[in-house]
Design a protein around this ligand. Structure first.
Ligand SMILES: [Zn+2]
Length: 428
């Protein structure tokens, strides 16, 4: 399909796409937002709607043992490795309508464009509706999230299904899956339903969840990589409670000032990495004195806090983690306190395929769409595909007001452009 045919055919697919978004919003509405709980009713409604749209397009529709949905347009040569494109169909509680769903609707719209153009792609195109990408916001306990994709890719330790506990029903994820009609027993570490040899690449269109594209007035982003992270969930600084008037500073063990210095020194490191052209974000999202013991007239004796370090570059994550420990030791000695940072949970970064990024840029030039390259700060199913040995690539669509809230807003004009670029790739 040439650029003009892609533009026309994707245009024809936009009214049904908009109706599908509207129906998804209405049928999973929760106050001002939507709630599509992983392995519960809201997610199932979204899967049913996607499967109905796929049957209307006369696609082959199937599920794996974990309830991931596959909707396939047969290609001219069915023996060739297939494209797989998709995203998740669950949401966070009171989330927005487009986070996740946009990737599935874009895939179905690309196929609708093929149908409209009367064209058959060279190889099979499978659209995947992934389960439980947002499991971390519905299930507490011990698990690593991204449940559906990691089960399909053989990357999930089955113990996570018993370790994850629903904050609503109190059931384990395994019980919740069984109740939803699926088979948690089929999850085995190392045994994949989706093998990288069978697929040419995994492609995921997603709304941007940060402000970059909106601020730069660019409709579509080509993702360079998904940041890895190191997280200290329950770090502590221990000092000594004392009288705020009677004790001079040189005799104090002030846990707040020591923690603030550590945060400031890490912020300086962020600046140094950024000035050298590197990628790093650093967040202290939790910082508390002990509510039972603190007072305006007391030198604070204890602070609990968290550290979340993320970078596209594993070496930066590791170096900054080591630096945090080293700075903590130095500051502790000088300020007469002790730090207990605890273990940093490490999640490695995922690089998006460089050739696919270049091809997306080429497609954008061909279609007259302005794009920019940017990293993804948030996690996505694409990182699990990359970790499983798939070539993976992502497109971001401009979106105002952030994400994981009811106010996220993607314009259909921008979705149209992102879907054109996805279609261009699938038509190669
Ligand atoms: Zn998402």
């Amino acid at each position: 399909m040439d650029a003009a045919l892609i533009r026309d055919s994707v245009s024809a697919a936009m009214p049904p796409a908009e109706r599908l978004f509207d129906e998804l919003r209405e049928r999973t509405a929760d106050g001002p937002g939507v709630s599509r709980e992983s392995y519960a009713n809201g997610e199932q409604v979204a899967h049913d709607l996607a499967a109905r749209a796929a049957r209307e397009l006369e696609l082959e529709v199937s599920c794996d043992a974990f309830g991931n949905l596959y909707m396939t347009l047969p290609g001219r040569d069915r023996k060739l490795p297939a494209w797989i494109a998709g995203s998740h169909l669950d949401s966070v509680p009171l989330g927005g309508n487009f986070d996740g769903a946009a990737g599935v609707v874009a895939g179905l719209s690309a196929i609708a464009a093929f149908r409209h153009a009367g064209a058959t792609p060279l190889r099979d195109v499978t659209i995947m509706g992934v389960r439980a990408e947002e499991a971390s916001s519905w299930y507490g306990g011990s698990h690593q999230g991204h449940i559906g994709s990691r089960m399909a890719l053989g990357l999930l330790n089955p113990r996570e299904l018993d370790g994850a506990v629903s904050s609503r029903s109190g059931r384990t994820l395994a019980e919740q899956m069984r109740l939803a009609g699926f088979d948690p027993g089929a999850a085995q570490l190392g045994r994949a339903h989706l093998a990288p040899e069978r697929y040419l690449a995994y492609l995921e269109l997603h709304i941007e969840q940060g402000p970059v594209l909106d601020n730069k007035s660019i409709p579509v982003g080509i993702v360079t990589g998904i940041r890895g992270s190191a997280r200290a969930r329950s770090a502590r600084c221990l000092g000594e409670y004392n009288h705020s008037g009677a004790v001079p500073h040189e005799y104090r063990s002030d846990a707040v000032l020591a923690t603030v210095e550590l945060c400031h020194r890490l912020d300086c490191e962020w600046e140094a990495v950024r000035n050298a052209g590197g990628d790093l974000v650093f967040t202290v999202g939790q910082l508390y004195t002990d509510g039972k013991a603190h007072s305006i007239t007391k030198v604070p004796g204890e602070v609990t806090f968290s550290i979340d370090l993320r970078s596209e570059d594993l070496a930066v994550v590791e170096r900054t983690t080591a630096l945090a420990k080293q700075l903590a030791a130095q500051i502790a000695a000088r300020r007469r306190v002790s730090f207990e940072l605890g273990d940093f949970n490490l999640s490695p970064p995922a690089r998006m395929d460089v050739t696919l990024q270049r091809e997306f840029s080429q497609g954008a030039r061909c279609l007259g769409i302005s794009t920019m390259a940017l990293p993804s700060g948030a996690g996505h199913d694409a990182q699990d595909f990359a970790h499983a040995g798939f070539r993976a690539a992502m497109l971001f669509v401009r979106n105002a007001h952030g994400s994981h809230n009811p106010h996220e807003s993607m314009r259909m004009d921008d979705f149209h452009l992102g879907t054109q670029l996805l279609t261009w790739m699938l038509a190669r």
